[in-house]
Design a protein around this ligand. Structure first.
Ligand SMILES: *Cc1c(COP(=O)(O)O)cnc(C)c1O
Length: 367
């Protein structure tokens, strides 16, 4: 029996999306970004599906441990690096590489007497103002890192783009210029581009690229879907109708009284809610596929259920399949209706949602 609510994951799409990244950056090596549980798709599962990426990136040390324990042998870079000595111990023990982004990390690095145990990515802050050394600090940071015996030299050089999804904005060009000018004197491999950089900013493609969202088949741009970029979504979110009933004019539905029925219709109740990661802020009118056809969400999203207007499908019945996003309903579109970005939707799938890998033996009965 299929669970009422599940995410169907098409792993072969991951390969396809990696191929698209390679096509945009044919000379670059690819560090596949699989932080946050592989953007909600399953950390180890995604690492295995992307086994021919050149390296992986995660945000935290524990994500790296998890991958190593699952047998992943490729280089893994921890994007947030380490703060404490114990964290560096762990990082070294598991053979993880680190971003070095603040002077406080040197106090920890300089205590180590072993040689050449890890790769380091020295990060320049070119305007993100999150992690990284300022241009005026960079030379001092580079020199100090070069003297850390624990690091294999020369260190690599990186920055992160703050606004690369806005293709008309000048910030990216300024960041690229600042990065190139600042790192010019130093050897070491360079890395700048995230997905939007790879897809929209050819000058951001350097020795290594760091695609994240595009590998999951999702567009980094607010005005384009992954499909329009030649990508294939990995995740489809499914549930089913659990109740169908007539609704009279003047009735309200669910919590609150914000939505009032204007004409008699048929109401459908779907077994999914914010307790599954469906966005609480999805507005009335957000499309939902019932039996493969669009109907509008009505009323508020609750923890375990949403309600839909089945006016166009009066014959729908409990048990019928419902798709919340997937190949025929872009998650990018749902994000717009929920006032958010698709990243948060896929990352936000909760424990309750069983992930089913799309293999013939797992295929549910779909209409
Ligand atoms: C998350 C992240 C990426 C990937 O970004 P996408 O927009 O998902 O492609 C790349 N680099 C760094 C430093 C990141 O934190």
């Amino acid at each position: 029996m299929m669970p009422a609510t599940y995410a169907l994951v098409h792993l072969e799409a991951a390969q396809h999306n990696l191929e698209i990244a390679r096509r945009h950056a044919p000379k670059a090596r690819i560090m596949a970004v699989i932080k946050a549980n592989g953007y909600g798709h399953g950390l180890v599962r995604i690492a295995q599906a992307l086994a021919n990426a050149d390296a992986f990136a995660v945000a935290r040390v524990d994500e790296g441990i998890y991958l190593r324990n699952a047998g992943v042998r490729r280089p893994i870079t921890v994007l947030e690096g380490f703060t404490f000595n114990e964290e560096l111990d762990t990082l070294l023990h598991y053979g993880l590489d680190s971003v070095v982004h603040s002077f406080i990390q040197f106090d920890v690095l300089e205590r180590r007497t072993e040689t050449g145990q890890m790769d380091a990515w020295l990060k320049l802050d070119t305007g993100m103002n999150r992690l990284g050394f300022k241009p005026e600090e960079f030379d001092a940071a580079y020199r100090r890192l070069s003297r850390c015996r624990i690091v294999r030299g020369p260190c690599h050089l990186m920055t992160h783009l703050a606004n690369s999804d806005a293709v008309d904005d000048g910030k990216t060009a300024r960041q690229l210029k600042l990065f190139n000018e600042t790192v010019r004197p130093y050897p070491g491999l360079r890395s700048i581009a995230n997905s939007a950089g790879i897809l929209a900013w050819p000058d951001a493609v350097s020795d290594w690229v760091r695609p994240g969202i595009m590998l999951y088949g999702i567009s980094p741009f607010p005005d384009r879907t992954g499909a329009e970029l030649g990508l294939q979504p990995i995740m489809e979110l499914y549930s089913r109708l659990i109740s169908v009933k007539p609704l009279k004019k003047g009735e309200t539905v669910g919590y609150g009284t914000g939505w009032v029925c204007h004409r008699p219709t048929t109401l459908g109740v779907v077994a999914i809610g914010y307790g599954d990661g469906y966005p609480r802020h999805a507005e009335t009118g957000t499309p939902v596929l019932v039996n493969g056809r669009r109907v509008p969400l009505i009323g508020r999203v609750s923890m375990d259920m949403i309600t839909v207007d089945l006016e166009t499908q009066p014959d729908a019945k409990p048990g019928d399949p419902v798709c919340l996003w997937g190949r025929n309903l872009p998650v990018e579109e749902i994000a717009l209706h929920a006032g958010t970005i698709p990243y948060t939707l896929v990352c936000g799938i909760t424990q309750r949602v069983q992930i089913i890998v799309d293999e013939p033996r797992n295929w549910p009965a779909r209409a």
